[in-house]
Write a protein that binds this ligand. Structure first.
Ligand code: HBI
Ligand code: NLE
Ligand code: FE
Length: 467
């Protein structure tokens, strides 16, 4: 035991005395992780009698005899139901250790002690701590085909379904560290892309927010000498990632580009993930991207993510450093969060990263990827008077316009939303910076028994237990 503790102490010393451990020791265990496995500190509270001076010295003596290192101690005058003071003691070791249990028994046996209260067990939902462990989180809800139901234009098209199966198989076989699979798209698929690309282009000029249309960066670029540090986004994507009217870009090229801009990378996925798995990856600056394309029957609105949505909706903003940081922040907040908090974060993500709007002067502009990738929904969200044709495309028969609310993440976290029609309610921020600030505040307000930090050098999450 002594040796183990000395070992633990040395490990802390190596971590510059920060109680943060980059650990790969944690295991998937009934879907839970015990924080004691991540941080070998524990605490207990000793409630003592009021008229027994010197009892603290006896408690400390027992710690000395057990050779257990204390890391912090403080006294409170009154404990909950007692009339004497209590001592809160942090120490190295787990309450499960036999030595610690004996110590607790010995303390409890002291004449001046009322009780010894151990900390409550701290088990949290399992989460990936290493970028490789994202390989364990890729079970999609639908296997890439389920959203093809009767309403889907691809439902009665066996050729489409077969092709889609072929593409999602590539994503299913992918493991971290491999080269991203390249897809040779068919002429029909490229024609769908072209229709989307051309029509979105003109709408983006009108309704995409400034941060989507342009870039500015102080980060080193691969072509630094010839690169201006700001300019229009689309020419960059055309130059470096293969964006073109007649070419569907490859995820690998975009991932390399984003990595050099903001450290974000793409990872192929076969379909819709659970909100937890999807958001957890953002903590590693990894964005899951589908690779198949929507059905050619309706290029201007599809309910599910597809390559047009990922590349024309999400990617340009992931090249924006502030946006990348804020996306990662949502990801970090989702690690080991309760199911309730994950649902709230998913809603906040939905109403901002997916369907967020903002004000530019008098105008309402889009920064949400679901708006930016849908010709129909962009008109729905941004036009003064959305046309009837547009409304019908998004199954909006009764409602004439979305209800716009000022962005309040607490409100958004509770707001319900449909996923297969246009959004009846949308949130509008004052600016992208305003949205980022409010969401960071919201993330901070969620509580967990630990703080996760991302270490980009080792691509692991470091955990500091909150004691
Ligand atoms: N999965 N592949 C994929 N792409 C998404 O955009 C996505 C997802 N799962 C959940 C999800 N989005 C939403 O619930 C977000 O609000 C988290
Ligand atoms: N409705 C969007 C589009 O047609 O591009 C996709 C939304 C994905 C969440
Ligand atoms: Fe999306």
């Amino acid at each position: 035991m002594l040796q183990r503790l000395q070992c633990a102490t040395r490990r802390w010393a190596e971590c510059k005395r920060l109680p943060t451990l980059c650990t790969s020791w944690h295991r998937r265990h009934g879907g839970l992780v015990d924080l004691h496995e991540l941080d070998p500190r524990s605490f207990l509270i000793v409630e003592v009698k009021r008229d027994r001076p010197g009892v603290l010295g006896e408690i400390l003596e027992l710690f000395t005899r057990s050779a257990i290192n204390m890391t912090h101690i403080e006294s409170r005058f009154k404990s909950f139901a007692r009339d004497g003071p209590s001592f809160h003691i942090d120490f190295e070791g787990s309450l499960k250790d036999a030595q610690v249990q004996e110590l607790m028994k010995a303390i409890k046996g002291l004449p001046g002690v009322y009780d010894v209260l151990p900390e409550t067990p701290r088990e949290v939902p399992w989460f990936p701590m290493n970028i490789r462990e994202l390989d364990l989180t890729v079970d999609t809800l639908d296997g890439g085909t389920e959203l093809i139901n009767e309403d889907h234009p691809g439902f009665n098209d066996p050729a489409y379904r077969e092709r889609r199966f072929e593409i999602v198989s590539l994503a299913k076989a992918y493991k971290h560290g491999e080269k991203l699979p390249r897809v040779r798209y068919t002429e029909q698929e490229t024609a769908t892309w072209q229709a989307v690309y051309e029509r979105l282009g003109s709408l983006h000029d009108k309704w995409a927010c400034r941060e989507y249309r342009s870039y500015s960066t102080s980060l080193p670029l691969y072509d630094l000498c010839r690169q201006p540090d700001e300019g229009e986004m689309l020419p960059q994507m055309e130059k470096y990632c293969g964006y073109a009217v007649n070419n569907i870009p490859q995820l690998g090229d975009i991932s390399d580009f984003l990595q050099q801009r903001t450290g974000f990378t793409l990872r192929p996925i076969s379909g819709l993930l659970s909100a937890r798995d999807f958001l957890n990856a953002l903590a590693f600056r990894v964005f899951y991207s589908t690779q198949y394309i929507r059905h050619h029957g309706n290029p201007f609105y599809t309910p599910e993510p597809d390559i047009c949505h990922e590349l024309l909706g999400h990617v340009p903003l992931f090249a924006n450093p502030a946006f990348a940081d804020f996306s990662q922040e949502i990801g970090l907040a989702s690690l080991a969060a309760t199911d309730e908090d994950v649902a709230k974060l998913a809603a906040v993500y939905w109403f901002t990263v997916e369907f967020g709007l903002l004000r530019e002067g008098e105008d309402v502009k889009a920064f949400g990827a679901g708006v930016l990738s849908s010709f129909g929904e962009m008109e729905w969200a941004c036009a003064d008077v959305p046309s009837q044709e547009c409304r019908e495309m998004g199954s909006m028969k009764e409602q004439l316009k979305p209800i716009l609310r000022p962005l309040d993440p607490w409100e958004a976290s509770k707001q319900e939303y449909p996923i297969t029609t246009y959004q009846p309610v949308m949130f509008c921020a004052e600016s992208l910076e305003d949205a980022e600030f409010r969401i960071a505040q919201f993330c901070d307000s969620l509580t967990r028994p630990f703080f996760p930090q991302y270490d980009p050098l080792t691509q692991t999450i470091r955990v500091t237990k909150a004691i």
